[in-house]
Design a protein. Structure first.
Ligand SMILES: [Zn+2]
Length: 101
């Protein structure tokens, strides 16, 4: 389901909505205005980052299952430097905490 980011023309608030095809346009959660502008580009980045994060988490888990702790730490660090995602950073931090590496 596509998630879109909108900005309210009335109060300037930015918010995310999941749009159903053929559904009504969104209204602002703050002021109720329907004068909302779609921010193009934002949703694709969100979805891409989420996909990448899920793949990274799975790979780290696979390393750990195989007992390759050093590889898991190395991979998580590399992923955290490439994917600017708090979730990936947390995965790497947690690994460091657990393994002391
Ligand atoms: Zn508003």
């Amino acid at each position: 389901m596509p998630i879109y980011e909108y900005e309210c023309a009335g109060c300037g608030r930015a918010f995310e909505v999941i749009l159903h095809i053929g559904g009504a346009p969104p209204s602002c959660p703050t002021c109720g205005s329907r004068e909302c502008r779609k921010l193009i580009g934002a949703p694709a980045i969100h979805v891409k980052a989420d996909h990448a994060t899920a793949r990274i988490e799975k790979r780290v888990r696979d390393y750990l299952i195989d007992g390759k702790v050093s590889d898991a730490v190395r991979f998580a660090d590399k992923a955290a430097s490439m994917v600017k995602s708090d979730r990936v950073k947390r995965v790497a931090d947690k690994l460091h905490e657990k393994t002391g590496k």
